[in-house]
Write a protein that binds this ligand. Structure first.
Ligand code: SF4
Length: 221
């Protein structure tokens, strides 16, 4: 057992309020989960007598109340990688169901969401970075309060930057319209790199406010 109970030990588990038990959340890209995976998670929770399982607003499944000594064995049983990335990195992307099933959808959220996750998830950034993708203006994935938010329209993607929830909520600023998926990915690459290069340890919205939206747009568009 670790003598130094940090919030994110090497085993992909986070110590809980009781400072005794741990929580883990397996990586489930975009919250798309196979029945077998659900069964495996349920079986593991039962086998190791977890306190409870919680579905989060970020489309994660977290198993709570695990003794530290069982963590390795649980990951072996699950055969999944840890998905509970925290800290100053690009977090797993959140996306709505989009064209795969929603009749309101204008764009394919799953395709671009999984691609974004693959390209950027885990990238170290000056502060945490959250990304969300919605297939239409209804914004079910809440892209307006994410550091980068995409909204599908008839003509492509709208891109919002600098949104966040939290203590001081900030709505994202619209910086581009009618982009193709390739153009969105290229723009995201520029935004994330520019943010990283400037090393200002604040959320993207504050970073934009500090330099001014017009200046930010000049740099990245
Ligand atoms: S944001 Fe639009 S496309 Fe996505 S689930 Fe909501 S209504 Fe459907």
């Amino acid at each position: 057992m670790s003598n130094n109970k940090t919030n994110m030990p090497e085993k992909g588990a986070a110590v809980q309020k009781d400072m005794e038990t741990y929580a883990i959340n397996p990586y489930i890209p975009g919250g798309l989960v196979e029945p077998d995976t659900l069964r495996k998670i349920a079986d593991v929770a039962e086998k190791y007598d977890a306190k409870f399982i919680k579905l989060s607003s970020e489309h994660r499944i977290t198993i709570f109340g695990i003794p530290y000594q069982d963590v390795d064995e649980i990951w072996n049983d699950l055969e999944m990688e840890p998905g509970g990335l925290s800290g100053k990195i690009v977090r797993p992307v959140k996306f709505c169901i989009g064209k795969s099933s929603c009749k309101m959808a204008k764009q394919n959220t799953m395709e671009i969401g999984l691609e974004i996750d693959q390209r950027f998830r885990g990238t170290k950034t000056p502060d945490k970075m959250k990304i969300a993708v919605s297939g239409c203006e209804n914004s079910c994935a809440e892209p307006g309060v994410r550091d980068i938010g995409l909204i599908g329209t008839n003509k492509g993607w709208k891109v919002l930057v600098g949104g966040n929830a939290g203590i001081k909520p900030r709505l994202g600023d619209l910086i581009a319209n009618d982009l193709s998926s390739e153009e969105v990915l290229a723009l995201m690459d520029k935004i994330i790199n520019y943010y990283i290069e400037n090393e200002e340890s604040v959320r993207l919205g504050r970073f934009i406010d500090n330099m001014g939206l017009d200046e930010f747009k000049k740099e990245i568009l």
